[in-house]
Design a binder for this molecule. Structure first.
Ligand SMILES: [Mg+2]
Length: 118
């Protein structure tokens, strides 16, 4: 499997779980890609290391490559391009724009509750 994971609001919601999940997946021969809107890639890598989250690839938004990001679609485009099969994410808008080949797994903040869209 190729599993994608968002950082903010997802890994940061429960770092110990995602550290365990990512490490276990990789140990079992699966691929883990971190996909984040953060444009400071070095800072993201430092935070992941501090949280103990291992990964095979880190994809961060780069304003020099995508100057006007469409936050609702960019991660879906990344998932399609890389062949990510399952993606953990906390934004329903992003889940709604994942490609057909990617199963979205929504992390819900208890204080926010579920958000439903028509
Ligand atoms: Mg997020």
């Amino acid at each position: 499997m190729h599993v994608g994971i968002d950082i903010d609001g997802t890994i940061t919601r429960h770092p110990a779980f995602f550290a365990f999940l990512a490490g276990s997946l990789r140990a079992a021969g699966h691929r883990v890609t971190i996909v984040t809107y953060r444009h400071d890639r070095a800072s993201a890598a430092e935070d992941l290391a501090a949280m103990g989250v291992a990964y095979d690839a880190l994809v961060s938004w780069d304003p020099d490559i995508v100057p006007i990001p469409n936050f609702d679609r960019w991660k879906g485009d990344v998932c399609a391009h890389l062949g990510i099969e399952l993606f953990f994410e906390d934004r329903p808008e992003t889940i709604n724009h994942l490609p057909a080949g990617t199963v979205g797994l929504l992390v819900v903040a208890p204080e926010a509750g579920l958000v439903f869209y028509d």
